[in-house]
Design a protein around this ligand. Structure first.
Ligand code: DGJ
Length: 750
């Protein structure tokens, strides 16, 4: 619900749990007043303190009112240099070189639902699912106008914000910065939490006290990146997984971004986020506008789990689109770690036969099927099947999978070009490159200039031609390097600052055209693993390959970190071979399977070379997973323990089915410890007075005291009330083996 009080200038956005309040002050300035737990009404119990602050200047109209300065007021979309010295939400350079503007409130509109953002991924909602407030601001000299959009959802504790900046003047101007949102909080008693990482090591949690000055989580890599995630949380010092106040910020943007905090001299905190202003410049002729990406803002008073529930809800129901949004995803086998580039029709057919025998549902042919690609040196851009490797072409390999009752999937990396390719020989200017300087390579490849319409048409045409001429059910869309030398041969010098943004907008155009014309193809995005795991990509492709690190133990932290923002159904997770290809670790098959069952489950190893015993184990895991898949993928997810807690030795995840009748609990202990503490797991989100039966219990294998310890503690067949399971909990049997994994299934009794 959105209310506006003409008398006080207060806008109050609220749903059952949260309130967001902004206010027009002195008829002109748009101030931030509150974001937190729901208020029945905002009556201003905390009015602005009017204090004469030294060196905090006054706008001309208030010259003699030394207690009034924008430098100390909480704002919604602040400018720099016109009495506020903190980090701004936007910056412009006017035709005469001035960077000063002042935005005044003009008017507002409230509408049902949620408008789409032109050319951008963004949350969507039906008229009865959300309401949107648009606030119009205009520069006092008529040179710039800004529309701020605020959407509140009925069922998700999320505010979606974005800004649209118009050149309303008579001369051209350059945007130097255009954030999606800014917000001023009244204090700084927060910890700052972000997800840092690297290739094959994505989304590790880091939590530090918020410091005075400016701190930033950012990518300057042309993509959201492995190294940083477009996400930031501010936690009250006492907040943890299940309690305490948390503010979460996530950008619906796949390009380089910045999320900054500034704790200023009087202890308030400004948060600003959006496209990274470093290297950004956007030229606007009179009448032209720029739409920023959207930011999703979450308030939770139930700790990080509460924040994640809100993000999961909005991603599941207001970001991911299409038929796969609500469908369980197929169990796949991918040939990458099985064969790398070394495959042919016969090998793929053997893989398909074995996959079918094991109960798998989709076979994916990864990199190496096109051009003359035998390694990663060539052929990107030449999207024509290599008939020396695949004599029956793509139709042959796809049909051999289909004949066996499997779906068929194919890998692409459409944003790239190899110098050794027919495409490059025909169009060397299609690659991004700084004039006069040599190329810079990464994995021997260059990046296509997606700011160009002709390049985008080529990409759309070449991918669609393949999809329309072979029976392909699934696409893995990869992106294996970051942008350097982002110069476009097509744009004039004054527009080169737009290339990095235009690249992402170009990608969105390509993805919209391909995915919307192929609604029955399941798309999975990938960037050398989870290097572009963001809400922007999930708008087009409902799942993302979480990491190139397939080791089960590494995945416990990567997937736990990813789950802060993204629900399990968005995460690709596969069982791979041991010793693991990335870290050499040997882990039990059960541990690898239970870790992978958290996401969209699959196998990525040469299943044809497994022993009969291993195959039997895989069959039992596949059978189990098919039973619990709706709960794992479509239900609610809770972190009970993560590798980021304590000694980092334990992980426990709980999955609750949509109808709350089935609960799956998995527990992992990384290293066995002798004088071990007994671990109690307390379940969440059960009905206190409902009975739950432990219908399945699978202990870790290979206990040195022959499993007797686990057996005697088995609760299988017993029933407990929800309150006991939540407040007293269950105990995990002592484990004398490394890399142990346990699974319990509970069913609610009628
Ligand atoms: C990086 C991906 O993350 C891998 O899974 C695989 O598809 C390779 N690229 C292929 O080049």
């Amino acid at each position: 619900m959105i209310q506006f009080d003409e008398k006080t200038g207060v806008f109050h956005l609220s749903n059952e749990h949260i309130s967001y309040v902004l206010q027009v002050v002195r008829g002109r300035y748009l101030m931030h007043r509150y974001f937190g737990r729901r208020l029945c009404a905002f009556r201003d119990s905390r009015p602005f303190q009017e204090i004469d602050r030294g060196f905090s200047p006054q706008p001309a109209a208030y010259e003699n009112e030394r207690t009034f300065s924008l430098d100390v007021l909480p704002q919604e979309y602040p400018a720099y240099g016109h009495t506020d010295f903190r980090i701004p939400a936007y910056e412009v350079r006017l035709a005469d070189g001035t960077t000063t503007t002042e935005l005044f409130y003009q008017s507002y509109e409230i509408a049902k639902g949620k408008p789409q953002l032109q050319g951008l991924p963004a949350s969507y909602a039906a008229d009865d699912e959300a309401e949107t407030l648009t606030v119009h601001l205009e520069d006092s000299q008529g040179k710039l106008a800004v529309d701020l959009l605020y959407t509140i959802f009925a069922e998700a504790d999320v505010i979606a914000r974005s800004a649209r900046l118009y050149n309303s003047g008579k001369e051209a101007l350059d945007l130097l910065n255009a954030a999606s949102f800014a917000m001023d909080l009244p204090d700084h008693d927060y910890d700052r939490l972000n997800l840092w990482g690297g290739h094959a090591a994505e989304r590790t949690l880091e939590r530090v006290p918020l410091m005075h000055g400016i701190e930033e989580t950012a990518s300057r890599r042309g993509s959201s990146s492995h190294q940083a995630s477009p996400f930031l949380a501010l936690l009250r010092r006492d907040a943890g997984e299940t309690s305490g106040e948390v503010l979460g910020f996530s950008l619906v943007w796949s390009g380089e971004f910045s999320l900054k905090t500034e704790v200023e001299q009087f202890g308030t905190t400004r948060v600003v986020g959006g496209i990274n202003p470093f290297e950004f410049r956007w030229h606007l002729e009179p009448g032209e506008s720029f739409q920023t990406p959207e930011a999703l803002l979450v308030y939770s008073d139930a700790g990080l789990n509460g924040m994640s529930q809100a993000f999961h809800e909005v991603v599941r129901h207001h970001i991911v689109r299409g038929r796969f949004r609500d469908e369980v995803r197929p169990i796949l086998v991918n040939n990458w770690e099985a064969t790398y580039f070394d495959f042919d029709d016969a090998k793929m057919d053997n893989l398909a036969a074995c996959a079918k025998d094991l109960g798998l549902e989709l076979m994916v042919l990864d990199d190496g099927w096109f051009g003359k690609r035998e390694d990663d040196n060539s052929s990107l851009g030449d999207w024509k099947v290599n008939t020396e490797k695949l004599k029956g072409g793509l139709t042959g390999v796809a049909e051999s999978a289909h004949k066996r009752g499997l779906k068929f999937g194919l890998w692409f990396e459409p944003e790239m070009i190899s110098v050794d390719s027919d495409l490059y020989r025909a169009h060397p200017d299609w690659a991004l490159k700084a004039p006069d300087y040599p190329y810079t390579f990464s994995r021997h490849q260059l990046v296509l200039d997606l700011s160009r319409a002709d390049v985008r048409d080529y990409v759309v045409d070449s991918v669609c031609t393949i999809l329309d001429n072979a029976p392909i059910d699934y696409v893995k869309w990869d992106f294996n390097r970051h942008l350097t030398d982002a110069f476009s041969a097509k744009l004039p010098p004054e527009r080169q600052g737009e290339v990095r943004t235009r690249f992402v907008l170009g990608l969105y155009d390509v993805l919209e055209r391909i995915t919307q014309t192929h609604p029955d193809v399941l798309f999975e995005s990938c960037s050398g693993g989870g290097g572009r795991f963001d809400a922007g990509m999930l708008y087009y492709m409902p799942q993302t390959w979480t990491s190139d690190d397939t080791d089960a133990i590494c995945r416990l932290s990567i997937q736990s970190g990813t789950s802060l923002v993204f629900p399990p159904i968005t995460m690709g997770a596969h069982v791979s071979v041991t010793p693991n290809h990335q870290v050499g670790r040997v882990t039990p098959m059960q541990t690898r399977a239970f870790a992978a069952m958290m996401g969209c489950y699959g196998y990525e190893l040469d299943i044809t070379r497994m022993s009969d015993e291993e195959k039997a184990e895989v069959r039992s895991h596949v059978e189990l997973y098919k039973k619990i898949r709706p709960t794992m993928q479509l239900g609610h997810f809770y972190r009970l323990l993560t590798p980021f807690d304590g000694k980092g030795n334990e992980t426990a995840w709980e999955f609750v089915s949509k109808d709350s009748r089935e609960i799956v609990l998995v527990y992992f202990k990384t290293l066995a410890t002798p004088a071990t503490e007994i671990r109690t797991l307390k379940l969440q989100s059960l009905n206190e007075d409902a009975l739950y039966e432990v219908s399945t219990y699978i202990p870790a294998k290979g206990l040195s005291h022959d499993g007797a310890g686990s057996k005697s503690l088995s609760l299988e067949g017993k029933s407990f009330y929800g309150d006991e399971l939540m407040y007293s909990g269950i105990e995990v049997p002592k484990i004398d083996t490394d890399f142990a994994a346990y699974l319990w299934i509970f069913h609610k009794k009628d």
